[in-house]
Design a protein around this ligand. Structure first.
Ligand code: HEC
Ligand code: HEC
Length: 319
């Protein structure tokens, strides 16, 4: 009993009390620091989570700023922008979890594109450079547009951290890159500068058909290189004649055409697509699977039969 009483009534001097306080604080501080430093694993996990969040934010930036020219899945859009998800662009990487808990990229195949153009930095630095400052000249006449600058300092809409995040998102495609034959690839440096074949002059009727295309507002959703706005809701019509030939030969068309007899010529297919847009829904649009019921279904009533004929005649020149 007496020892407890002694502890309760113990009154050390003021200095001793301050010293004990300081010492116990120092002990506690060093314990905390030790725990924090030795728990490298948690620190590295945080690093990995940070990257995952950057990719997530980057996906949003990509959808808002890049998809309209590079395709929603990075497949590229003819005339508007090359694929950023193709294997030849991002290369191929796998993920490996290190002993310390960090998840790192392991390069299996490097980017062929940055080798082709002789970029000496990393793929990341190339993406950042192009995105920040744009490409003020057209490197090839396969593109109808110049690359806009995106950095806010250059008058663009993005902060440096958003550009870093969208870069992380693009580089992450290297885990599962798009096969090159499913992507719109850029021409090799120096190629694609040759003039395009001189277009065969349009006949009067075809010229009129082109005006119908412009006046009916088709370019709100479709793109024809150099003609009107480059819409990206419906498929590009750059080579619609060739595409029409492929469609009518495809199993998908034969199986899924409904309420209308299957077209047997490209001309029939093009006319059918315009006046009965829901008879057959094209599988792939620039922003993913084609939506049904989006293309107006009343052109049969709003465009005269003669103009429809001229419109189809014009579209058959796109091969
Ligand atoms: C207005 C259309 C357009 C938009 C929007 C656009 N790009 Fe591009 N992009 C292009 C074109 C065209 C090229 C090819 C330019 C050239 O080589 O002359 C290109 C090329 C690139 C390249 C180089 C690809 C290669 O194979 O060398 C990168 C990287 C790139 N864009 C990133 C982006 C990112 C990231 C965004 C969104 C923040 C974006 N782009 C938005 C049109 C666009
Ligand atoms: C509001 C958007 C929109 C407008 C406007 C529009 N289209 Fe479409 N078009 C689409 C969509 C989406 C598809 C793909 C879905 C489908 O097959 O119906 C399509 C498909 C097509 C196809 C088939 C393409 C292929 O690859 O097989 C042709 C041809 C076509 N449209 C021509 C036209 C013409 C010509 C006009 C103007 C008279 C026009 N479209 C107006 C959205 C539109």
């Amino acid at each position: 009993m007496s020892i407890i009483k002694k502890i309760i009534t113990f009154r050390p001097s003021f200095t001793v009390r301050i010293l004990t306080g300081i010492i116990s604080m120092l002990v506690m501080l060093s314990v905390c620091t030790y725990v924090a430093i030795s728990d490298q694993t948690a620190l590295n996990r945080r690093d990995t989570n940070f990257r995952a969040r950057a990719i997530e934010v980057g996906a949003k930036v990509y959808a808002e700023q890049c998809a309209r020219c590079h395709g929603l899945n990075g497949e590229g859009i003819e005339g508007l922008g090359p694929s950023l998800a193709a294997e030849s662009f991002v290369g191929r990487r796998t993920l490996r979890e290190e002993a310390d808990g960090r998840v790192t990229y392991q390069q299996v195949m490097p980017s062929k594109r940055i080798q082709d153009i002789g970029w000496v930095g990393t793929l990341e630095s190339y993406i950042i450079a192009v995105t920040e400052a744009g490409i003020p000249i057209r490197t090839s006449n396969v593109w109808d547009v110049n690359h806009p600058p995106f950095l806010d300092r250059h008058g663009g809409p993005l902060r440096p951290d958003q550009i870093r995040d969208v870069t992380a998102f693009i580089v992450n495609w290297s885990l599962n890159p798009l096969p090159d034959d499913q992507a719109v690839l850029p021409p090799k440096p120096g190629e694609g500068l040759a003039p395009r074949p001189t277009p065969v002059p349009l006949t009067e009727a075809q010229e009129r058909g082109k005006q119908v295309y412009l006046q009916a507002g088709c370019m709100a959703c479709h793109a024809i290189r150099g003609v009107g706005n480059q819409g990206a809701i419906g498929p590009s019509l750059n080579k619609i004649y060739t595409v029409a030939q492929e469609r009518i030969a495809s199993d998908d068309y034969k199986k899924n055409i409904k309420d209308q007899p299957p077209a047997t010529t490209p001309e029939e297919y093009i006319l059918q697509s315009i006046i009965y847009p829901n008879a057959y829904i094209v599988p792939q649009c620039p922003q993913g699977p084609c939506p049904a019921g989006v293309m107006p279904a009343n052109y049969k009533d709003t465009i005269t039969p003669e103009d429809l004929e001229r419109l189809v005649d014009y579209l058959t020149t796109l091969r």
